[in-house]
Design a protein around this ligand. Structure first.
Ligand code: CU
Length: 254
């Protein structure tokens, strides 16, 4: 029976979906993005199944109909499906908006923090204060230079972060556009020459995460990689202290 096979396939698909949905995210960013994806999927999946079922039914039921009749008018039904569609679209819009406005998903500029006060930020000293742990990330052809302003520590192609802490990246570049992408943490932000852009994260789990540049930036673009090393807060503080004023520190081993 093909219908039995279809049901089995649908059940297997749902099982797969449920198993991927239970994986815990490693950061607030990933949590928000995955949460939205699943919300939309749970709306889209039953709708798609419903439409496909109606389509299959009509195909099988009427395929050799020699005397087709025009569909009778049914205003109540038409109003119902228009209203249902509107409700679903409003839900999709609100769900998407609520994630997009999060500072962990959408970037901001120095002027946004300084109460909308315009004025060029020429150097890192002019950046507004935040309560987050602050890391300056400078992309260049072809690598990443990371400075931890509190202890005047610099690392290359390694970004050390404390776990369970709000983190602000101030991203900039010297030459062309670059983009910092940390897939596992749901961080992806373009960096512009001569400008500072703020991206945020809050990582739950310690570990090493791969980062790469996702803005084509020249011959060395494909090798423009970095590692994000997330350690417990105490270890992070100890590492900063140990490497204070170091221009070429290496990340603690994980
Ligand atoms: Cu690049």
């Amino acid at each position: 029976m093909p219908s039995r096979r279809l049901v089995a396939l649908a059940l297997a698909g749902l099982g797969l979906l449920a198993s991927t949905g239970t994986a815990t995210a490693q950061s607030v960013n990933r949590d928000l993005i995955e949460g939205l994806e699943f919300q939309l999927l749970y709306v889209a999946l039953p709708l798609s199944l419903f439409v496909l079922t109606v389509l299959l039914y009509a195909t099988v039921r009427f395929y050799d109909n020699d005397d087709p009749q025009p569909t009778p008018e049914d205003p109540a039904l038409e109003i119902t499906w228009t209203a249902a569609t509107a409700i679903i679209l409003v839900f999709v819009g609100l769900a998407g908006y609520s994630v997009l406005v999060s500072p962990y998903v959408s970037p901001s500029q120095p002027a946004d923090l300084a109460g909308g006060e315009e004025g060029g930020v020429e150097s890192v000293e002019d950046l507004p204060e935040t309560d987050d742990e602050v890391v300056h990330v400078r992309g260049y052809q072809w690598g990443w230079e990371v400075t931890y302003p509190d202890a005047n520590v610099t690392t290359s192609d390694e970004i050390v972060l404390p776990a369970d802490e709000d983190v602000t990246f101030w991203l900039t570049t010297d030459d062309v556009m670059h983009s910092l992408f940390v897939s596992d943490l749901g961080v992806k932000q373009d960096a512009y020459p001569g400008e500072y852009t703020r991206a945020r994260t809050h990582v739950y789990e310690t570990g090493a995460y791969d980062a790469r540049c996702t803005e084509f930036c020249g011959a060395g673009h494909s090798r423009m990689e970095a590692t994000v090393v997330v350690v417990p807060q105490e270890e992070y503080d100890a590492w900063l202290e140990e490497n204070a004023d170091s221009e070429n520190a290496s990340a603690p081993g994980v």
